[in-house]
Design a protein around this ligand. Structure first.
Ligand SMILES: [Zn+2]
Length: 336
């Protein structure tokens, strides 16, 4: 009884909203990937609002530079795992929710964590893992709320698999400097290697705005409030403007289009080309890291093998595996 009374009191102000459904939130589960500046804001908001279960994934430890913008950490936490500290702090604020801390690379966690979640939050700071996450969410049809920020700017994109554009549909690949955290509008199809690590300017106030918008989008999905952000917003903290864009689904998208999932994307192979040359082309075409080529269930290990040696004909399917994809890429080959 006492718990019921405190619950009413704890959530009394949000319960005044006619769209609010506390029980629905209590039965919800959100997977927060990356507990840096954005992930901290989102996880904190969701915990305060009483989302029943939060799964926090991050394999980083708390560093001094994090304390200027990641609001769940304290000086005493330096060197400790972010996911565990974040879970502890959230539990101190709201002991009535369940918080699971996974001190792991998201690519290594059990798939069941994705399956039980209603929404996935992207608070990552590396582009390659983000692409993997997008691919995984599309594969499992889980809504993904992506956020990024750089300097005085930030952006949010909501991916409702197969309904709205995924992160790969219109590759908002940022100029080199923006690569790490922010994906500003533009349609530059330019794939950059993640190795070009560079420190980028970030500030707590922008992270709070972007994390706040992400939290609001998660909330709307959980409460089934229509008018899901359609589907990209860009925030300029200097002029205080929010620009909304509608990103269209790409019928050729290698992650979410039917072509890719069902039929396979058509890809031209030249008879004289070696596997090594093909791999390099795939890196350029799809921004892959280290593609593996699979022909008739066998991985082609010898990179000097020529396409003409593989006995492929136009219309055959080959598969390409890569650490940036949650599922192999299906290609329908056209031999030239
Ligand atoms: Zn797509």
């Amino acid at each position: 009884m006492k718990k019921e009374v405190s619950r009413e009191e704890r959530y009394s102000r949000q319960l005044l909203l006619k769209e609010w459904d506390q029980e629905k939130l209590e039965k919800s589960c959100v997977l927060v990937v990356g507990l840096g500046a954005l992930g901290s804001v989102v996880a904190l908001n969701l915990a305060m609002m009483g989302v029943g279960k939060l799964i926090l994934v991050d394999f980083d430890t708390v560093e001094l530079s994090n304390l200027s913008k990641q609001l769940l950490y304290r000086e005493e936490d330096l060197g400790k795992p972010k996911a565990e500290i974040a879970a502890k702090r959230l539990h101190e604020i709201n002991s009535e929710i369940e918080v699971v801390a996974l001190d792991k690379d998201v690519r290594k966690i059990n798939k069941s964590y994705f399956e039980e979640s209603h929404v996935v939050v992207d608070g990552l700071d590396t582009f390659e893992v983000r692409r993997w996450l997008n691919s995984m969410c599309v594969d499992l049809a889980k809504p993904l709320v992506h956020g990024g920020f750089y300097g005085w700017y930030g952006n949010v994109q909501v991916v409702i698999p197969f309904k709205t554009a995924c992160l790969e549909c219109q590759p908002l690949i940022p100029p080199e400097k923006l690569q790490k955290m922010c994906t500003p509008p533009g349609n530059i199809r330019k794939r950059l290697r993640p190795e070009n690590e560079e420190k980028i300017p970030t500030v707590a106030s922008i992270a709070t705005v972007i994390g706040g918008i992400q939290s609001q989008e998660v909330l709307k999905i959980l409460l089934e409030i229509p008018n899901i952000l359609e589907n990209y917003v860009f925030y300029d903290g200097i002029s205080q403007t929010l620009t909304k864009l509608r990103l269209e689904k790409n019928p050729e998208c290698v992650v979410c289009s039917d072509k890719y999932r069902i039929k396979g994307v058509e890809y031209i192979l030249e008879k004289q080309e070696t596997i090594r040359q093909l791999k390099n082309r795939l890196i350029m075409s799809y921004g892959l890291a280290k593609p593996d080529i699979i022909v008739r269930d066998k991985m082609i290990l010898d990179e000097n093998v020529k396409i003409s040696d593989l006995g492929l004909k136009t219309g055959d399917l080959i598969f390409v595996n890569d650490e940036r994809l949650a599922k192999p890429l299906k290609l329908k080959v056209k031999i030239m």
